[in-house]
Every structure is written in C-alpha cells, then in structure tokens.
Design a protein around this ligand. Structure first.
Ligand code: PHE
Ligand code: ZN
Length: 866
C-alpha cells in the first residue's frame, strides 16, 4: 500500500518458505458487485524450519471468510498480510474474498478491459486475487472454476485443460479447468469475455497433438494468422535447436488491448498485449510482424525456460528473462536475417541498456536489492541478460551450450532455481570454469575495453594490448570477456589464421599475432562478442577498409557507425562553439559505395549501415550533453548526405519498388527499409517534389510499412507550413481511428517528431479523443515516446520536464507501473548543463514530494535524485 514506508528487499535475506502449498482450488464467481474468490489450499509446514505462524500476502482484498480444516479460525490481518497462528503440520485453508476487478486500474491482478476480465500476476499480482504465499518458490497444482453470465462472458478460460462445464441459474454458466503442472502463482491466469477464436494444432516430434487457440476481441480474427504461424514455427524451432517439446494439450493465447507489458507466459494461457498478436499487411509494419514472431516465440519458449524451471526468487529474474530473450533472438535470427538481427540487437542495447547501466537505476543483471520488483523488468535484466547468456554460448560453443541446456533440465525440471544453478549446469556439461565469469551477474555498469595495437616489422608480430575497466563496479577485479577478433590487410583481405576468440581475464593483457607482414587493420569485438564499450584509435581510412571488406556484418556496420559517430560528435562540438561543421568527402564516398553494393550485401544491411547512430546513443559519449548541438549535427550530416547523394537516393527509391504482393519476408522488408530510408533522406531537402512524392507514397501504399514510413517522414518536416504533412496526418487518423494499434502509431509519429512545436502538439493530443490515460499503449506512444525524444524532452526551458512530471502525477495512483516507466525518462538528467539540471531537479522534487506517491515511482525518483 502506498501509505507504507517503502522497504528495501535484499537477496542476501532470502529464506525458504515456512509453508508449502501442494494444491490450490479456486472458485471465481464473477458478479456485478465484484468477484468472489474462494481459495482452498492444501498446505503443510516446511519441516526444515522452526515452527512459525502462517503469513499470507494480500492486497485490496475484502476478506469474507476463513476456515482451517472446515472450522472458523481466528486470524489477524493488515491490508497486505494475513496471519494465522497455532496451525497443525498439514491442513486445508479455505478463504473467501471479494475483489473489484472493475475498479482495478493498475492492470495487475484481475481487471476489466473493455468487455472482458483478464489477469496479470507476474510479479506479485496474484496476491491481489486471493490471500497466498505469493513467491515463485511456492509451487502447486491448480484447479479453477469460473462462474459468470453466459451471454456477456461466453468464453471462460484458465490454465491447463478444460475438464467440465455447465449452465446454472439466472442465465449463468460455469467452466472448470485443471492444470496438471505444478506452478508458482505468478503463472496463474484466467479470462472471461466475449472473444473470437482462431484454432489450429501442432504435432510434436514425438507425435503428440497440441491444440492451439488464439482469442481476440470480436472482429479481429483476420489479424491472427501471423501469430498462429509464429507459434507453430517457434514450437518446431525449439524442438530442432534445443530438443524441447511442448508438454501441453492446450496452448492458448489471449490478446488484450489494456496491458502494462508486452505479453505474459502464464502456463498454457498466455495473455498478450494486442500489439504483439494482431497483424495484417494494411495495419502492421514489417517491424510489427517481426516483433510478433519474436514475442510469440518468447512466451512459448518460457514454457521451458521460466515455467518448467522457474526462479527461486525475483532477484533471479534474468535466469528466465535473459535466457528467453537469447532464445527468441536466435529464433528471430534464424527466421529472418541473422546479420541485421544482431545489428538491431546492439542498436537497441546501446540506446536503452547502456544509458540505464550508466544512470541512477543501474543494477547487475541479478540485482541485489529492490524496493519494487516491477521496476526491475529492465533492459539490463532482459537485454544485457541475453548478452550474458550469449557470451556463455560463445565461450563453450553451440554444442557445449546445448549440452548445458540438457543438463539444466536434467537437474532442475520442476524446480525453482538460481542463476548459479544455470551456470553450474553449463559448467558441468562443458568443463568450462565460469568462476570469473560470474562477475557479469554481480556488477552493474558497462565495462570499457581499451585496445592498443603494436606492429613490429622486425619480428613480424602484431600485439594487441587490452585493458579493461568498469568505474561503476564495486571493485577493480577483471571480468572474463570474450573478444572475437580478426586482422585485415590494408587492401581489405582477411589475414589467414587471424580470426581468434581472445579471452580477456586480466586488467591488462597482451595477445601476439605471428607472421604479420605489414601493419594490419584489427577488427575487434566481432559479432559484438561482449556487451562492452570498445576503444581503439582507428583512423578513418582503417574504418573505411572495415566498412567495405569486413566479412562479419556486425563489424562492417560498426565501422560505419564509428565513422559517423566521430563526425557527428566533432560537428556538435563545432556547432556548440559557434562554428560551422564540415563533412569530409571520404564519408560521402563510403556511403555512396555502400549504396552501390546493395545488390550484393542486401538492402537490409545497407539500410542499417546508412542509419546514423541515434541521439540517445551518441549522448552517452558526451561528457555534457548539448542536445541542440547534437541534434543539429546529426541532422546536418543527414542533410549533407541527401545533398551529395540525391541522385543515388532517388535512383534507389525508384528501383527498389516491391512488385510482388506484400509479404513480411526479410527480403521484401529489407527492400522497403532501404527504400523508405532513401525517402527520409530525400525529405531532408524539403523540396516540393519530395514532399509530394512522400504524400503520394502515403496515399498509394498498399501496406502499413510504406504508408507509415511516409507519414513518419512527413511528420518530421520542420518547415512551419507543410500542407502535405497536415494532410497526411489528418487522412491517417480519419482512415484508422477505429484501429487502436494504428492510432498508437499516429500518436507516436507526432510525439517523436523533431519539430520545435512537438511538446505543444503532444500536450494538445493528451486531450484528443484518441488518447486514453487508462490505456498503457497510448501512454507509451504519446508520453513515453516523447520522453525519448532527446532534443524536445530536454528543452532548455524545462518545459519537457514539467510536462512529464505532470503526466507522472496524473497517472501514479491509477497505474503505478506505467507511471514509473515514464519516470525513467529522467534517468540521464545529470548529463546535461546546469540550467537543464535545475529544471529537471525541480520536476523530480515535485514528483518526490507529492503526498501519497506510489512506491514504484518513489523508488525511481529517489534514485534519480541520488
Ligand atoms: N514475463 C513477461 C515476459 O517477459 C513480462 C511481464 C512481466 C509481463 C510482468 C507482465 C508483467 O515475457
Ligand atoms: Zn519473458
């Protein structure tokens, strides 16, 4: 409760549960006055611990009755804890509570969305449904009975298998479900509503048939087939890659429009944000289609990595999340395009996780303490966690990693375990010593590896000296860092035998390459083999060689990013000093060459290579961020490229048209990405012809990828008057106002616009009928996306900060989790100048000092204020 003083919870304080729950029987009577939940729990004392009273977790429960072994029993209760004394070693506890799902605006526990009821129990939502030992190391088998009005709620679902159903008085009906698998409470789910269903099936490798079903709001069935195909592909992939077969008879996905996160892996009954289910070429972009593949796979993969083997406590969150993200990344890479998948993963990591790891919320992938666990569903736990798993695979090889997975399930199937248990299984299967590697689990911060190259013509040797440091760590001990390298000759040929996987284990360490005839160009951290900053004093010529010739697509891309980064940072410094930046012809030449190699290297790669590093990523590299200078510099380079390469961009734009019918294939998606990138560069010239070209693409596109790319490009036009922009925005809304997910895109195109009037637009949109403070997707599209708009959010007059503070305060009580995510917009406030800092501090203090502030937001702003 928000009135409690927030308590910090520590990993070191973990103790096993004092009681176990073997079976859970739940009865839900859904009525207009609330839902009555009767829970019958078969419990026993943990014989390993001294006897202590039973203490159950609860939140916003109206307790109607409590019996032990059928007898009314005395208990004491606070709003969040129910205590029963003097219990026998084994007993049946029965509680009856009433909950108010219609008034549940937090979207945690059981809540209403539109015309149905849904649940979200991770991490601690189950206690908002009934009194329970709401911790993941308490696992039980569940039976669930739902009762509701038949006409209003024809579909009644819970985990497991349907075992019985029937009608009852007053037009009501009931359904009973039984889940044969033991599970922690956070994997519980139920759904009641009027939903359409798409059914299919999957035959597993051993010949079992799994019934598949996707439930959606009526009228949306034609937006389900892509998710269904993704589910079937994931099931097959997990059998082939890891030998993991689906254990269920029924696998259900339910899409809901109001959801705090992306999706949830409840056993056999995943609940998804509609954003990661619904797709049709005219409403979803290539990126949406690909995200759906990945999120569907992610939740399915959790069935093994998360559900069959779960977390002992919430500090171990990365045990399931880092591993499952790694698995969905690998699936996505196999399904789409491995080269660009890796590039995008790193782009995302640098845009979100690196800043997080340098800011006030920095934490190890396995945190040691938290106030509110919901604040730790972070880029660090998920994305850096996946990088740590990837490093394990890099160190022991794919086969070693697969053997480690086998060993992990052999040891721990059915258990709630720790990150150490996972790594121990990997060590046992591979013989690799991971002792030093465990530092990756324990320290916050992004390590920096500084590399020096020394060529000795006499001895024909090349020596790489690597020094590692992590100023955010609690001590100076070195990490074990896998560093993939290769050497190239100046003509771009790979030096034979130079591809190596170096293992950095000391603070400073040298590696010698023999038989090197001339000064080579080192390619370091190939495939981004570790989540670190890598410094090497490259010359532009060396980077140009790598960009053109490196066979590792990640490092070819990286060379281009390094070139662009240097130019933009130099230009930002020049602009800040009142000088005009200059752009070297060599960069334009390299970009031109890239465009010419489109046919060989693939349009998708070229599109990635010509996308300049983002402002958020660049800002991390500046000691004091000048967002206006940075913005002007980056866009100055974009405009310069557009001027110099106008002919090339126009030619490619015309030549890359996709003739076939739309399909979200990686081949087509790559062409669209490059073509739309050409359009956005051309629009930097802001000629009437290009504006009309964009408007024409907007009007004639037969798919959302092209329609939205044109809209977003036009939304970014800076000119005070741009009738094509106004037209496209108005038409888009008129066309799509009834498709909630497309309206989100319309909001986001405006909140992420670089226009100086963006804050005014965003403010106006908060009272537009399209906006809804009750819907997380709308808040993320309009408010959070604005918070990530570096130049506009960090306006010098503090207006962006003041606006964000207002929005957080408007939301914190209604939905603390979403409000807390908004508060993360302030993470990097100390990187700006004194004037901006003063405004940000005032905004943060205003939030912090608000009476009754939610614990979620309080933890974030307290940490931000230091
Ligand atoms: N466990 C979910 C996932 O990563 C994320 C989630 C967390 C969803 C908390 C809802 C609430 O797949
Ligand atoms: Zn997950």
């Amino acid at each position: 409760m928000k009135t409690d003083t927030p308590q910090t919870i520590y990993l070191k304080d973990y103790t096993p549960p004092a009681y176990f729950i073997d079976t859970v029987d739940l009865d839900f009577s859904i009525e207009s006055a609330g839902t009555v939940v009767t829970a019958t729990l078969a419990m026993r004392r943990n014989p390993a611990l001294a006897a202590q009273p039973l203490m159950l977790d609860g939140e916003e429960l109206e307790t109607l009755d409590l019996t032990v072994d059928g007898k009314k029993t005395a208990f004491s209760a606070t709003p969040t804890r129910l205590t029963v004394d003097g219990l026998p070693d084994a007993f049946t506890l029965r509680t009856v509570v009433r909950i108010q799902p219609d008034g549940n605006t937090r979207l945690s526990g059981m809540y209403r969305s539109k015309d149905g009821y849904f649940t979200q129990c991770e991490a601690q939502g189950f206690r908002r449904i009934t009194w329970f030992l709401d911790r993941p190391d308490v696992m039980a088998t569940y039976t669930v009975t739902l009762h509701a009005d038949q006409a209003t709620y024809p579909v009644l679902l819970a985990n497991g298998n349907p075992v019985a159903s029937g009608e009852e008085a007053d037009g009501r009906h009931w359904a009973k479900w039984a889940d044969p698998f033991r599970k922690p409470a956070y994997l519980f789910a139920l759904v009641a509503g009027k939903l359409d269903v798409l059914r299919d099936s999957f035959r597993t490798a051993s010949g079992r048939d799994v019934q598949l079903a996707i439930y959606v709001e009526p009228g949306k069935l034609d937006q389900c087939p892509h998710a269904m195909a993704a589910l079937q592909k994931s099931m097959k992939w997990d059998e082939e890659r890891f030998g993991l077969e689906c254990d269920l008879d029924h696998y259900m996905i339910v899409a809901v429009g109001d959801f705090n996160m992306g999706a949830m892996e409840n056993k056999g009954l995943n609940i998804f944000n509609t954003k990661y289910v619904l797709a049709r070429p005219d409403v979803a972009t290539d990126v949406d289609f690909e995200n759906i593949d990945r999120v569907v796979a992610h939740e399915y993969f959790h069935n093994w990595t998360g559900n069959r083997v779960t977390c002992r406590d919430w500090f171990q969150l990365s045990l399931k999340e880092g591993l499952t993200v790694f698995r969905d990344q690998e699936f996505g890479a196999d399904l789409h395009n491995r080269q660009t998948a890796r590039i995008r993963e790193v782009r995302g990591l640098r845009a979100a996780q690196f800043p997080e790891d340098a800011g006030p919320m920095a934490h190890p992938i396995r945190p040691e303490s938290f106030v509110e666990i919901n604040n730790f569903y972070t880029a660090t736990v998920y994305e850096k966690g996946a990088e740590v798993i990837r490093m394990i695979q890099t160190l022991i090889g794919r086969d070693g990693f697969s053997a480690g997975m086998d060993e992990y399930f052999r040891r721990h199937d059915g258990q709630a375990v720790t990150c150490e248990d996972f790594v121990a299984a990997m060590a046992a299967a591979s013989g690799f010593d991971f002792t030093q590697f465990m530092r990756w689990y324990k320290q916050p911060g992004t390590p920096r590896v500084t590399v020096d190259g020394f060529f000795d013509a006499e001895t024909k040797t090349y020596t790489l000296t690597c020094t590692q440091a992590n100023p955010r760590a609690s001590d100076d001990a070195p990490y074990l860092i896998p560093l993939r390298v290769a050497l190239f000759a100046e003509d771009g040929s790979l030096l034979p035998g130079s591809e190596r996987l170096l293992q950095l284990t000391a603070t400073t360490q040298s590696f010698v390459f023999e038989g090197i005839a001339g000064e080579p160009v080192p390619s370091l951290l190939r495939d981004f083999s570790a989540p670190v900053y890598l410094d090497f004093d490259y010359t532009p010529e060396q980077l140009t060689v790598l960009l053109a010739h490196e066979s590792d697509p990640f490092n070819a891309w990286e060379a281009g990013q390094r070139l662009a980064t240097q130019l933009i940072l130099d230009a930002a410094a020049a602009i800040a000093a009142g000088r005009t930046p200059t752009w070297p012809a060599s960069f334009v030449d390299a970009a031109r060459k890239l465009l010419q190699t489109q046919a060989q290297r693939g349009a998708a790669f070229v599109a990635e290579a010509l996308t300049l590093p983002g402002e958020t990523t660049l800002a991390e590299l500046m000691s004091v961020v000048d967002p206006d200078a940075l913005h002007a510099a980056r866009n100055g380079l974009r405009r310069h490229l557009a001027e110099q390469l106008e002919g090339e961009f126009s030619g490619l734009y015309a030549g890359l048209t996709v003739q076939e019918a739309y399909a979200p294939s990686s081949e087509q998606a790559g062409r669209r990405a490059l073509r739309n990138l050409c359009l956005s560069y051309l629009l930097e010239l802001d000629t009437l012809a290009v504006r009309q070209l964009a408007l024409q693409q907007f009007r004639t596109a037969d798919n959302m990828t092209d329609q939205f790319a044109a809209l977003a490009a036009l939304a970014n036009v800076n000119a005070a008057a741009c009738p094509q922009r106004e037209q496209a925005l108005a038409d888009f809304y008129a066309q799509w106002k009834d498709e909630a997910l497309v309206v989100d895109k319309w909001l986001q195109a405006q909140s992420t616009s670089r226009r100086p009037d963006t804050l005014a637009t965003v403010k106006a949109l908060t009272s537009h009928p399209a906006f809804d403070l009750g819907n997380p997707n709308k808040i993320y599209a309009l408010i959070r996306a604005f918070g990530a708009n570096l130049v506009r959010f960090n306006a010098a007059d503090g207006s962006g900060y003041a606006f964000m503070a207002e929005q957080i305060l408007a939301l914190h009580d209604r939905n603390p989790q979403v409000a807390s995510r908004l508060a993360r917009s302030f993470d990097r406030w100390t990187k700006f100048d004194a004037g901006r800092q003063a405004h940000a501090r005032a905004a943060l203090e205003r939030i912090r000092d608000h009476a009754g502030l939610s614990r979620d937001v309080l933890e974030v702003v307290t940490r931000a204020l230091g």
